[in-house]
Write a protein that binds this ligand. Structure first.
Ligand SMILES: *Cc1c(COP(=O)(O)O)cnc(C)c1O
Length: 390
């Protein structure tokens, strides 16, 4: 686990992301860390073989991994980072670390679909009860039981973008000795700092904004709590999780430019969202930074900005028309994920699986990820799509 701090702390995020994880022991004089492709790492002498903190075997990490961990700690304001080979594993790992048969966990009803599937399928098989809660719940303490081990928060929620009252939820959880876990993939840690708002653990899919390139998968689990960090690490070790050094290097390369890319994606997304909001084919846009968003005030209180991912609800249209809208787009790739340099669009209705707080949507739900293309070009592309709805 890498440590944050040193003279880099106190500087602005862009500066810290450019300079963290670059001490000479990791870079050997290069600007970037070396990529150490290793299963076996040879030690200098026999007394090093079992010494703590020595790189000995690839599964436990190399200098390449340590450089990425240090930079991710800067990003989230964390002291400890565990890497995972995917964002989904970053979500499930802390839950696996904290629970045993007979336990209960609370999971937000609008979480990322595969996180929900893990809760419904694997946790159930392990004898852990997952209860879904309304992301707009006023007081979560009433839902906490003696056997509740974790509250899993994701805000804005996947697909429907509700903002939860994170400080209230993390405070209630902490008061009851329950660990809060926050999926921060939407903000990538640039414009939202859940650890500072009381979350015990923050997780991210680094496949999204940290990478920025749509060419690598990764996840990270971060915390300031040494005991929690140890439990997560132990679970990762027991499961045999490993992250390729090439993937770690690629993610770190993306992370260096994260703040600049996010500023551009965020500004363009607001332009596109405002343009869409006044189109007659659109029922409404779901973007937390727009005053029309139901949780705009909470967003203003707890976030310092927005990413490039938002939703829109079309006026009622047959599925064939929705497909025609998407198929007419040239700049927007039709594909899952977000955070890359390329814009993406999907229709979401087949994916919205809710049991507690079903959203009322007036028409088809579309999710848009804005990349680095010019927003005027993106609006023109969307205009051709909307024309195909007729
Ligand atoms: C994409 C995503 C994940 C999963 O990340 P992968 O890297 O694709 O495994 C988890 N949570 C959220 C909110 C996501 O958007």
């Amino acid at each position: 686990m890498a440590k944050a701090g040193g003279k880099n702390s106190g500087r602005k995020l862009g500066t810290r992301l450019a300079h963290s994880g670059r001490d000479r022991g990791l870079t050997r004089g290069g600007v970037n860390p070396t990529v150490q492709r290793a299963s076996t790492i040879l030690v200098e002498s026999a007394d090093q073989l079992y010494a703590p903190g020595v790189w000995t075997y690839g599964r436990h990490g190399t200098g390449t991994h340590d450089a990425l961990k240090a930079a991710l700690c800067e990003l989230e304001g964390a002291a400890h980072c565990q890497l995972a080979p995917s964002g989904l594993l970053a979500c499930t790992l802390p839950i696996l670390a904290l629970t045993t048969a007979g336990d209960h966990v609370l999971v937000t009803d609008n979480c990322y679909g595969p996180t929900r599937r893990f809760a419904e399928r694997m946790l159930k098989r392990l004898g852990v009860e997952a209860e879904f809660y309304d992301p707009r719940i006023k007081d979560i303490s009433a839902k906490l039981r003696p056997n509740t081990k974790a509250v899993f928060i994701e805000s804005p929620g996947s697909l429907t973008f509700e903002i939860s009252d994170t400080p209230a939820m993390t405070a209630a959880a902490r008061a009851a000795g329950v660990v809060s876990i926050f999926d921060n993939s939407w903000s990538a840690g640039v414009c939202h700092k859940p650890l500072a708002l009381g979350a015990d653990i923050v997780v991210q899919s680094t496949s999204k904004y940290v990478s920025g390139g749509a060419d690598v998968l990764g996840g990270a689990v971060l915390t300031n709590d040494a005991k929690l960090a140890e439990r997560v690490k132990e679970t990762a070790t027991d499961l045999g999780l490993a992250v390729s050094p090439d993937d770690a290097y690629t993610l770190l390369r993306g992370l260096r430019t994260l703040e600049t890319r996010m500023a551009q994606c965020s500004a363009s997304a607001l332009d596109v969202a405002r343009w869409l909001a006044q189109r007659p084919e659109v029922d409404h846009v779901i973007h937390p930074a727009l005053p029309s968003h139901a949780d705009h005030e909470l967003w203003k209180r707890d976030f310092s900005g927005a990413s490039g991912l938002f939703g829109l609800v079309l006026k009622p249209a047959a599925p064939k028309k929705v497909h025609a809208f998407l198929d007419a787009l040239e700049l927007f790739g039709l594909g899952f994920s977000y955070g890359g340099f390329e814009s993406l669009a999907i229709h979401c209705d087949p994916q919205v699986k809710r049991t507690v707080a079903k959203p009322t949507l007036a028409g088809p739900l579309i999710r848009i990820s804005i990349g680095l293309e010019d927003p005027a070009d993106l609006c023109a592309d969307l205009e051709s799509g909307l024309a195909a709805l007729k």
